[in-house]
Design a protein around this ligand. Structure first.
Ligand SMILES: Cc1cc2nc3c(=O)[nH]c(=O)nc-3n(C[C@H](O)[C@H](O)[C@H](O)COP(=O)(O)O)c2cc1C
Length: 460
């Protein structure tokens, strides 16, 4: 069988992920493997149609496709996403249709599920036969268990192809609305009350809904709002995954383009950040993804503490809860407060006008209150993954993270809190005595849990 492997790592041949597929190749040598370093050569693929067409020809002649990529900030790397966009922009979706496919990622298991949700939906949108996936840890190949799982993944994938097994479809095709937003003039404007609002957009159509939504959002305020189109910023390329930033957050691109300076001077100093984006396939555009990936020079340190974050989105967000989850999680991990998502999924412009005005007002009220809603599982769980990795296996090379996490008290977990340690020690011993155990589990558990809360309410 002929398998084409589309490598999503910007590191090309030096990619960890690629070695996982090479391991499969060594163990299943009867198949023919073709490797394409998509992310590494994205600029050539985009500029030179011959290079793009060469890859498409290889896909055409292959029996199956393996999408192999590293997790990059909740998803695939921007470069890989750009390639996915080119498939529909250049109208070659039919080449992928009905081909068996499998998705292989490597990561630290931080939001690997959102990347897999995305890739599965992309495969299904291309009408491919999505037969298998594996979300491997970045070190799993070094242990026997990881190797075994990888081999089973390959075995099951090849078996599905050889036996022409049917596949299950998870995602319905997206339905796009043709609603054209026609905003009305705002009569009662509100004040920013001294808050610094930064609006970032990737709008490419001045007459499109997104441009109208951002203009309407701005028009709600009596003061001028700072706006930048991320297409106009000098960003030389996507994150290369070189981890040059690991020691002191210095990006390899620093001095070569304006991204890092822009992020430090504009985003880090804003009170409110408004992201405006048009959905492209199953996420925001590759340009937005590049903007997000490049913020990785901050590594895993939260940089939006105390900021209010608003999303203005054009496109079928209600049909793609994966996007909402990613940005909800991102806000929490960055310690910002997510105000809301406003979309153009309405039938009536007046309704959208009202929603935009209400969101503008809510944003200022939240900013005045310095509101930070408590994290849910997305932030709590995600931060624990970072905490364990930065304390342990990733302390080197992420030296800056380690220092920052220490300063922020992120390592002070239940293991290090004296009071919790003492209570656990005493109760753990007492519970071994049958009579006490019976009394606690039968009569005391619920009442003891609410006792401090009752006391609190009595005081009011
Ligand atoms: C810019 C960047 C972003 C990353 N984002 C994530 C992430 O969101 N979740 C995760 O689990 N791992 C993340 N990682 C870790 C990589 O996915 C992991 O190290 C992977 O094995 C690298 O594979 P590669 O050598 O093939 O590029 C990120 C790494 C980099 C450099």
């Amino acid at each position: 069988m002929k398998i084409i492997v589309l490598n999503g790592s910007p590191k090309g041949k030096e990619s960890v992920t690629l070695h996982y597929v090479k391991f499969i190749q060594k163990n299943f040598p009867d198949h023919e493997y073709e490797f394409e370093n998509i992310s590494q050569q994205i600029k050539r693929i985009e500029k030179d149609e011959k290079v793009f067409n060469g890859i498409i020809e290889k896909v055409k002649s292959a029996d199956a496709v393996i999408w192999a990529f590293p997790l990059y900030v909740f998803l695939v790397a921007a470069q890989y996403k750009r390639f996915i966009e080119l498939i529909s922009e250049r109208n070659v979706q039919s080449v992928f249709q009905n081909k068996y496919t499998a998705v292989l990622s490597t990561s630290i298991h931080f939001y690997d599920h959102t990347a897999h949700n995305y890739m599965r939906a992309i495969c299904e949108d291309l009408n491919m036969k999505y037969a298998e996936f594996i979300s491997a840890g970045m070190s799993s190949l070094s242990n026997q268990e990881g190797q075994n799982e990888l081999l089973l993944f390959a075995e099951n994938f090849f078996n599905a192809i050889e036996n022409d097994l049917p596949v299950i479809r998870y995602y319905s095709p997206l339905k796009y609305s043709n609603f054209q937003y026609k905003p009305e003039e705002i009569i009662n404007k509100i004040s920013t009350r001294g808050k610094k609002i930064l609006l970032l957009t990737d709008s490419t159509d001045p007459e499109g809904n997104l441009a109208k939504m951002t203009a309407q959002f701005k028009a709600n305020f009596s003061e001028e709002i700072e706006e930048y189109n991320i297409h106009d910023l000098d960003i030389k390329g996507g994150c290369l995954g070189c981890i040059h930033c690991g020691y002191d957050n210095t990006c390899i691109y620093e001095g070569k383009d304006e991204y890092n300076k822009f992020f430090d001077s504009k985003l880090k100093t804003a009170d409110i950040i408004v992201y405006a984006a048009k959905i492209k396939d199953r996420f925001f555009s590759a340009r937005w993804k590049m903007f997000i990936d490049r913020s990785f020079y901050n590594n895993h340190v939260p940089v939006f503490t105390g900021k209010q974050l608003v999303y203005l989105v054009s496109g079928p967000l209600k049909q793609i809860p994966n996007i909402r989850q990613i940005f909800e999680a991102w806000a929490q991990i960055q310690r910002g407060n997510l105000v809301d998502f406003v979309t153009d999924e309405y039938k009536d412009s007046a309704e959208l006008d009202n929603i935009i005005s209400a969101t503008a007002q809510k944003t200022i009220r939240y900013a005045d209150q310095k509101l930070k809603k408590e994290d849910n599982f997305l932030g709590v769980g995600g931060m624990k993954v970072f905490r364990d990795d930065i304390y342990g296996p990733l302390r080197f090379p992420f030296v800056a993270d380690y220092k920052a996490f220490k300063k922020l008290g992120i390592f002070k977990s239940y293991n290090t809190k004296f009071k919790i340690k003492m209570v656990n020690f005493i109760l753990y011993q007492l519970i071994k005595i049958p009579k006490i155990r019976k009394e606690i589990y039968n009569n005391q558990m619920s009442s003891q849990m609410v006792k401090p809360l009752k006391k609190l309410l009595e005081k009011i």
